[in-house]
Design a protein around this ligand. Structure first.
Ligand code: SER
Length: 320
């Protein structure tokens, strides 16, 4: 069987998608590629890969006989706003190279889009699957361009490119780097370590969110779906909860009653969040390939606090 390549394997999604794919397909079937940080686990196949270099990409795909690529390597929204030129080069350059290598080697492709692909004049409530997309951030520009480019390769070359519009993702394995929705992860680290958190978004900033186990499952379930059931290929809206910082804080208080949240709003990230939907309509994903989240706010909070609490607990050998 041809192998699976995951780019950005050390990132927030990759660090949980890779083990899940290895569990499903066998460790020898999944190649994890990284750019900066080498994975510590030596169990599986690992490659250093800069996806902006088409020759390196071609070499990895050829050597490992890759048949499916999950292309996760990208800069997130806040970092992309700091370095728009680099964000275009990395997000679009690497996607173009991945599409080309997938076309030449007949690989299927998974591309993660985002709530960031929408903009200020998109309907904010029950944001439809097909609607106005005029993002005003570089991250959003690269995501909507990526969706279009993937659709182009599907139509022009019959490439099997599929994708999701992920909401903010909440996880305890790898911390996100430079996203606007990062508060929903940071808050758990601070709640466990310090019992308080200063949030960089306003208390009433409502955004879609999803717990990572649901996000990982959404990715492989979409890739597993029979092609004839899919009327869209790219950029399915998927969501699990639509929450604000104050609602998340209240949910944490169910477990840590003394938890305190205060606010020091970062105008850059607040402006990005204000340009995004508050709750996406994911009924097309549900109808076409059976998407259904397992974690709502309460279930996610309980699981996060338990798993992250275990991860952050002092190890016995560190104890005095
Ligand atoms: N979590 C991402 C970000 O905040 C959105 O896709 O950049």
């Amino acid at each position: 069987m041809r192998k699976i390549l995951v780019t950005g394997a050390q990132g927030q999604i990759g660090s949980e998608l890779v083990p899940a794919l290895r569990e499903r397909h066998g460790a020898g079937s999944v190649v994890a590629s990284y750019h900066r940080t080498k994975p510590s686990d030596e169990d599986g196949l690992v490659e250093h890969l800069d996806c902006t270099d088409p020759e390196q990409l071609e070499d990895v795909v050829r050597r490992h006989d890759i048949g499916v690529i999950y292309h996760l390597a990208a800069l997130l929204s806040a970092v992309a706003e700091e370095k728009p030129q680099a964000a275009w080069d990395i997000n679009m350059g690497s996607l173009f190279n991945v599409l080309e290598v997938a076309r030449r080697h007949d690989c299927a492709l998974f591309f993660p889009s985002s709530i960031g692909a929408f903009g200020p004049n998109t309907p904010k409530l029950k944001t439809p699957q097909d609607t106005i997309q005029r993002p005003n951030t570089m991250y959003g520009v690269t995501k909507v361009s990526g969706e279009l480019l993937c659709d182009y390769y599907v139509a022009r070359y019959d490439l099997d490119a599929r994708g999701l519009r992920f909401p903010g993702l909440i996880s305890y394995v790898a911390e996100p780097g430079g996203g606007t929705t990062d508060y929903a992860v940071d808050i758990f680290y601070h709640a466990i370590r310090h019992g308080r958190y200063t949030c960089f978004l306003r208390p009433d900033t409502r955004l879609d969110m999803m717990y990572m186990p649901d996000a990982v499952r959404a990715a492989y379930e979409l890739m597993d779906a029979a092609p004839n059931v899919l009327r869209h290929r790219n950029a399915f809206n998927v969501t699990a909860m639509s929450i604000t910082p104050e609602e998340l804080a209240a949910s944490i208080r169910d477990h840590i009653p003394d938890f305190v949240i205060d606010y020091a709003v970062d105008p850059v990230r607040q402006a990005i969040a204000d340009s995004w939907p508050q709750s996406m309509d994911d009924s097309e994903a549900r109808a076409q390939w059976g998407w259904s989240p397992q974690f709502g706010l309460g279930g996610m909070t309980a699981d996060m606090l338990e798993k992250l609490g275990r991860k952050l607990a002092p190890r016995t050998e560190d104890a005095p």
